[in-house]
Design a protein around this ligand. Structure first.
Ligand code: DC
Length: 233
């Protein structure tokens, strides 16, 4: 019986690998809470833009982070994304654009931002029973998580999925531009010096290129059931 593990699932990987849908569905199946850490980086990026702060070169970032109040709520029924409240204001849909993804990637390379959000995420997961999704949840945020996965797929497949997702929301999409952004963001996320995107050594890697969401969720669920933690049978 493993006792030093946290009752937490982490799902890391590059953008568009299907993490969000898979994490949300797995969380529902396990009756766990879904923690979308990327939404928190997007919220910081959004606040920087709202307040005209250049995150790399502005001392006001410090007070922004000190005063930051982020709340994540489950998606509205029928919607895909978690609801994000910043200072009690709902900002959700404005966070999901490719541009906000690029800015989030930029702010996420800053140690001060990572430190603040990592501590917030750890507080949110303190009681366990969460599925955390991001880039460093298995390596940095919850290194003692009982179940870790790394979900990847080819950049082309990821761009196609992301384009379909944006189209469902009624947005016009240039798939080639999306692919270029995905490749650039992967590179930035993988090469940054602090908490880079990478699989934890004890994560199970799953390539979702030829798999449906249901297959990925089934595979993860079976892995979790086969390795109970924290005194469960
Ligand atoms: O998962 P996403 O596309 O919403 O994430 C947006 C950006 O936030 C991503 O490019 C990198 C950053 N991020 C991070 O650095 N660490 C995380 N745990 C989650 C996201």
């Amino acid at each position: 019986m493993v006792t030093d593990k946290q009752r937490i699932v982490t799902i890391d990987g590059p953008s568009g690998g299907g993490k969000s849908t898979v994490s949300r569905e797995l969380a529902a199946k396990l009756h766990f809470t879904y923690l979308d850490t990327g939404a928190m980086y997007r919220a910081v990026a959004f606040q920087c833009r709202e307040q005209g702060i250049d995150p790399v070169d502005d001392r006001r970032l410090e007070s922004l982070l000190t005063l930051l109040r982020i709340k994540l709520l489950p998606p509205v029924p029928g919607e895909e994304d978690v609801r994000v409240l910043v200072d009690d204001q709902e900002v959700g849909s404005q966070l999901r654009t490719p541009e906000m993804g690029m800015l989030a990637s930029k702010v996420s390379a800053l140690p001060r931002v990572r430190h603040t959000l990592t501590r917030l995420q750890q507080a949110m997961g303190a009681d366990g029973s969460i599925v955390a999704e991001g880039r460093d949840t298995g390596t940095v945020v919850f290194p003692a998580a009982a179940w870790k996965f790394f979900l990847d797929a080819s950049p082309e497949v990821r761009a196609r999925r992301r384009a379909a997702q944006l189209r469902r929301k009624g947005e016009l999409v240039d798939e080639q531009q999306l692919l270029a952004q995905i490749i650039q963001r992967d590179k930035d996320d993988r090469e940054r010096s602090i908490a880079p995107l990478k699989a934890a050594p004890d994560a199970l890697a799953i390539n979702s290129t030829g798999l449906s969401v249901e297959e990925v969720v089934r595979r993860m669920y079976a892995t979790i059931l086969a390795a109970p933690c924290c005194g469960e049978r």
